[in-house]
Design a binder for this molecule. Structure first.
Ligand SMILES: [Ca+2]
Ligand SMILES: [Ca+2]
Ligand SMILES: [Ca+2]
Length: 426
């Protein structure tokens, strides 16, 4: 049996406060631990000893026991997630436990879930949202449960690839967002709760020809927290759609004929490249000097784009050289645009920017300006002795830069400029 080492309860009184302790410590620890022990005992009394607690793999709630007021009486119930140790039954079970006037915890209700493990748990008002993963299916299953008259009843069920909450219309309350594959595309279902707990459904099919979801994130756009969804086409490349809620589901890039402007090779995912809190959509194109290079031999300049709702257009906010393999990017300063080219030396690992002059015949005759290099942080690096300065470091890699051109070269950048333009990409 999997060792019951960690027992985390998330108490929803003031935000989310996590208390972590071991089962061994349960008997010795004071009051809070006594209560957890009592809850666990109540579950055992009802479900038997042959159970395994199920811990959500993602999301904000990572405990097998979640305290939450699901009936609105201002006292928290406990939701316990577990599976029965049996070959014939693999689905997760949920028990609702409540404490009576005598303070004793009792199991009130038990329901079988829709998968063999818990992907994530969320709440919408008093409703419990559970995402289940199932080994047999590619898609996950979501259930929204409402606790009424002592029963935890599913009021919504679907499959999903993506299950999240976000304030998609800027109303101040988060909607539940279910994204799933559907026919030849991707379907988006938004559930917007009213004060009375009634959901308005908004449904839209987007992304015809989409294969898989490549990545996603949420970012502020005109007062809403919009979904940025990268998806791979079955044919070629990755596209980005932005999704938020107005009178219906708004997918502005498709709706304004801009979606194919975002098509690019796999690997270039939308991300907050410069760390300013806004997601940037990358669009690589051949770097200066590589306009006619064969595929696979080109270097790329990546334009980062934002959608501008007032103009219903995509605007380039910056241009960068990205080294996706080594995990960094360098924003190209304005005075370098069309004046500089780049080459990566595959034997030394150095990436060097050159003053671009096609009349010189080849890049080896052009003036080198600056070089970047990186190495695993754990490995001894020879870049330091080769005139490089350390510019950034992650847990895994250390990044170096070296100015090659003389100080009289007008294209040379100051160290501050280099640092401001250098970004680690995850
Ligand atoms: Ca309650
Ligand atoms: Ca909202
Ligand atoms: Ca950004």
């Amino acid at each position: 049996m999997k060792k019951l080492a960690i027992f985390i309860i998330c108490i929803m009184l003031t935000g989310c406060q996590a208390i972590t302790f071991s089962v061994d410590g349960l008997l010795r620890a004071p009051k809070v631990a006594d209560e957890q022990s009592a809850i666990y005992q109540a579950l055992i009394e009802s479900a038997g000893r042959g159970i395994t607690l199920e811990y959500p793999r993602g999301g904000d709630y990572r405990s097998a026991f979640v305290l939450y007021d699901i009936d609105g009486d201002r006292e928290e119930e406990t939701l316990a997630f577990y599976s029965v140790n049996s070959v014939s039954e693999s689905n997760v079970k949920i028990s609702v436990l409540d404490s009576g006037e005598d303070g004793r915890w009792r199991s009130m209700y038990e329901v079988a879930g829709a998968g063999s493990s818990v992907d994530k748990i969320m709440f919408s008002g008093r409703d419990l949202i559970v995402g289940y993963s199932t080994q047999d299916y590619e898609d996950n299953a979501v259930r929204i449960y409402r606790y009424s008259e002592g029963m935890l009843e599913p009021i919504y069920e679907d499959t999903y690839s993506l299950l999240e909450k976000s304030d998609l219309d800027g109303c101040g309350t988060e909607e539940t967002l279910v994204v799933k594959r559907s026919g030849g595309g991707i379907a988006v279902d938004v559930l917007k709760p009213s004060d009375e707990g009634v959901y308005s459904h908004y449904f839209s099919e987007i992304a015809l020809g989409a294969g898989t979801i490549a990545g996603y994130g949420f970012s502020e756009l005109s007062g809403v927290k919009a979904l940025y969804l990268d998806y791979a086409l079955e044919s070629y490349g990755v596209l980005t759609e932005i999704i938020y809620l107005g009178d219906g589901i708004i997918a502005p890039l498709s709706q304004n004929g801009l979606i194919y402007m975002t098509q690019r090779q796999t690997g270039y995912l939308s991300r907050d490249y410069d760390g300013d809190g806004t997601i940037d959509i990358p669009l690589p194109r051949p770097f200066t000097g590589y306009e006619s290079a064969p595929l696979g031999e080109a270097e790329y300049m990546t334009a980062f784009m934002h959608y501008v709702p007032e103009e219903r257009a995509l605007a380039t906010v910056s241009n960068a050289y990205l080294d996706l393999g080594d995990g960094y990017g360098f924003t190209i300063p304005n005075r370098w645009m069309n004046m500089v080219t780049v080459a990566k030396n595959s034997s030394t690992g150095e990436t060097t920017f050159y003053k671009y002059d096609p009349s010189l015949g080849g890049i080896e005759n052009m003036t080198p300006l600056i070089s970047f290099a990186s190495a695993e942080s754990s490995a001894a690096s020879s870049y330091g002795s080769a005139g490089y300065t350390e510019i950034a470091e992650t847990d895994f890699r250390t990044y170096y830069v070296k100015t090659v051109a003389g100080a009289d070269e007008p294209m040379v950048l100051t160290m501050d400029e280099i640092r401001d333009n250098f970004h680690i990409i995850e």
